[in-house]
Design a protein around this ligand. Structure first.
Ligand code: SDX
Length: 423
C-alpha cells in the first residue's frame, strides 16, 4: 500500500494511506485524520474530495471521457436503448434479450400510480413548476408503496416505472388536458410521449425521430458520478431513508440553475439574446464582468476542463433532429454563434469553459414540443437510473456510514448570556 506523508505545523509527521482506483486515480485516505492528528480537511464545494468509492461511472474531465460500467458514452449513445442503460447502471452489466424483455415488462406492470395520488395534482396552481410537483409526488410514493427489503428491487421498479407517469400527468394538468394512462406494449420512451401528447380528438402519429431523440437524451443524462444531485441522494440515503425520499431530495438539488435547472436557463438566456437584437458582445461582456451576475448558462463544468462528450453528441444530434423535422430554430444559430465567440475569447479559454450537457439539450426538447419548464423534469427522467444505482451501491456497502461532514467554526467565542433588560 503506498502512502502520503503529512507534516503538520508542529513538526509531527503522519503516514496516510493512498487509495488507487481502477483507472489510476489516486486519493489520500483521511478517514483517520482527525483521530490521529486532531485536524480535519477543508474543501469548500468538495472539488478535491472523493466522497466514496464507486464502480458505476468514470469521468476523465481532462480528456472528455465518460463511461458507465466501462462502456463509453459514445458507444451507448450510438447503439443502446435507455432501458438497457438503466439495467446496466443498476445491475452492473448489460442485459440479454430475455432480461431486457422482463425488465421492460415489469416496468410496464408498475407504471400506474395509485388513483388517490391524482388528488395531489388538483392542489397545485396551474403555473406550479413541475419540479416542485415531481419532488413532492416522489416522496409521497413512499406513503402508497411501502419500503421493501434491500435485496428486493420492487421499489426500484416502482420508482423507475412511475416517474414518467407523474411527469406526464404534471404536464397534462398544467395544460388542463385529461390524463393519458400508461399503455402496456409501448416502449418506455414511446409510452412517455404518448402520455404527454396524445389528444383523443386527433390522430396520434409522432415522427420516429422524436422517440429516437428522447431515447438518446435520456441515455446522455443517465448518470454522472458524484454530481450535486447524486451526492444529495447519497447524503440522504446514508441515513437509511427510503429510496423515494432519497430521490425526491435529488430532484430538488437538480432543480437548481447551476445544475440540472441550467437547461431551462439556457433557453431563457438564448431568448433574451434573441430579443436583444442578438447582441452577443453585450452578453459575453456581462458574463465576464465580476459585478454582473449573468453567466453563459450551459457553459462551464466542475469536472470537464476540455469538452463535455455529451455536449458534443448533442450538438451533432440537434442539427439532425431539426433537419429531419424541417425546423429552423433561430435559437440554435444563436447558441452556435455564442459558442463560437466564447471558445475564441481568452476569458473562457483561460478558465477552460466549454458547452456542457445543458447547452444544446433544450433546443431538442423544444423541437419535440416539451415546454421549457419541463426541461429539468426531462433531466430527472434521464438521471433517475443513475440516482437509483448510486443509492443501491451505497445501501449495499457493508462499510457504508452515515454521511456527516465536519466544519471549521468561525463564529463568536464563548460569552456570558445577558438578560434582555440589559441589552
Ligand atoms: C450540470 O457536476 C456534474 O456532473 C453536473 C452535470 C451532471 O450531469 O450532473 O454535468 C450537469 O449541472 C452541468 C452544469 C450546468 N450549469 C450551468 O451551465 C450553469 C453555468 N455554469 C456555471 O455556473 C459553472 O460553470 C458551474 C456551476 C457549472 C461550475 O462552477 P465551478 O466549478 O464552481 O467553477 P467556478 O464557478 O468557480 O468558475 C471558475 C471561473 C470563475 O471565474 P473567476 O472567479 O476564476 O474569475 O469561471 C467562471 C467563474 O466566474 N465561470 C463562468 C461560467 N462558469 C464559470 N463565467 C461565465 N459563464 C459561465 N458559465
Amino acid at each position: 500500500m503506498s502512502t502520503a506523508k503529512l507534516i503538520l505545523d508542529d513538526g509531527q509527521e503522519y503516514e496516510l494511506p493512498v487509495v488507487v482506483g481502477s483507472e489510476g486515480e489516486k486519493a489520500i485516505d483521511i478517514t483517520k485524520l482527525r483521530a490521529e492528528t486532531g485536524y480535519v480537511s477543508l474543501d469548500s464545494g468538495y472539488g478535491n474530495t472523493a466522497s466514496c468509492q464507486s464502480s458505476i461511472t468514470f469521468i476523465d474531465g481532462e480528456n472528455g471521457i465518460l463511461r458507465h460500467r466501462g462502456y463509453s458514452i459514445e458507444d451507448l449513445a450510438k447503439s443502446s436503448r435507455f432501458l438497457e442503460v438503466c439495467y446496466l447502471l443498476i445491475y452492473g452489466r448489460l442485459p440479454n434479450t430475455a432480461e431486457l424483455v422482463e425488465f421492460e415488462y415489469n416496468l410496464s406492470c408498475h407504471s400506474l400510480i395509485h388513483e388517490d395520488m391524482k388528488k395531489f395534482f388538483e392542489g397545485y396552481h396551474p403555473d406550479a413548476h413541475p419540479m416542485a410537483i415531481l419532488s413532492a409526488m416522489t416522496v409521497s410514493l413512499s406513503s402508497y408503496y411501502p419500503e421493501v427489503e434491500k435485496d428486493s428491487d420492487l421499489n426500484i421498479i416502482q420508482l423507475l416505472a412511475k416517474m414518467k407517469t407523474i411527469a406526464a400527468f404534471s404536464y397534462r394538468k398544467s395544460k388542463g388536458l385529461p390524463y393519458v394512462y400508461p399503455s402496456e406494449g409501448l416502449r418506455y420512451t414511446e409510452d412517455f410521449l404518448h402520455m404527454m401528447f396524445y389528444v383523443p380528438t386527433e390522430c396520434f402519429d409522432l415522427p420516429d425521430v422524436f422517440e429516437h431523440a428522447l431515447n438518446l437524451l435520456l441515455i446522455l443524462h443517465a448518470d454522472h458520478e458524484q454530481n450535486c444531485s447524486t451526492s444529495t441522494v447519497r447524503m440522504v440515503g446514508s441515513s437509511r431513508a427510503n429510496l423515494f425520499a432519497s430521490v425526491a431530495t435529488g430532484i430538488c438539488a437538480l432543480w437548481g440553475p447551476l445544475h440540472g435547472g441550467a437547461n431551462q436557463q439556457v433557453i431563457e438566456m438564448l431568448e433574451r439574446i434573441r430579443d436583444d437584437d442578438c447582441n452577443f458582445k453585450k452578453y459575453i461582456d456581462k458574463a465576464k464582468d465580476k459585478n454582473d451576475p449573468f453567466r453563459v448558462m450551459g457553459f462551464g463544468h466542475r469536472v470537464y476542463k476540455n469538452f463535455d462528450p455529451r455536449a458534443k453528441i448533442l450538438k451533432g444530434m440537434t442539427d439532425k433532429v431539426l433537419d429531419q423535422l424541417g425546423i429552423d430554430d433561430p435559437l440554435l444559430e444563436i447558441a452556435k454563434n455564442l459558442e463560437e465567440i466564447a471558445l475564441n475569447d481568452e476569458y473562457f479559454v483561460k478558465r477552460k469553459l466549454y458547452p456542457n450537457v445543458d447547452f444544446y439539450s433544450g433546443i431538442i426538447y423544444r423541437a419535440i414540443g416539451i415546454p421549457t419548464n419541463m426541461f429539468p423534469v426531462m433531466f430527472t427522467l434521464g438521471r433517475l437510473p443513475g440516482w437509483i444505482a448510486q443509492w443501491k451501491e451505497l445501501v449495499n456497502d457493508p462499510a457504508g456510514r452515515l454521511n456527516r461532514p465536519r466544519q471549521i467554526y468561525t463564529g463568536e467565542n464563548e460569552r456570558a448570556y445577558s438578560p434582555i433588560a440589559e441589552r
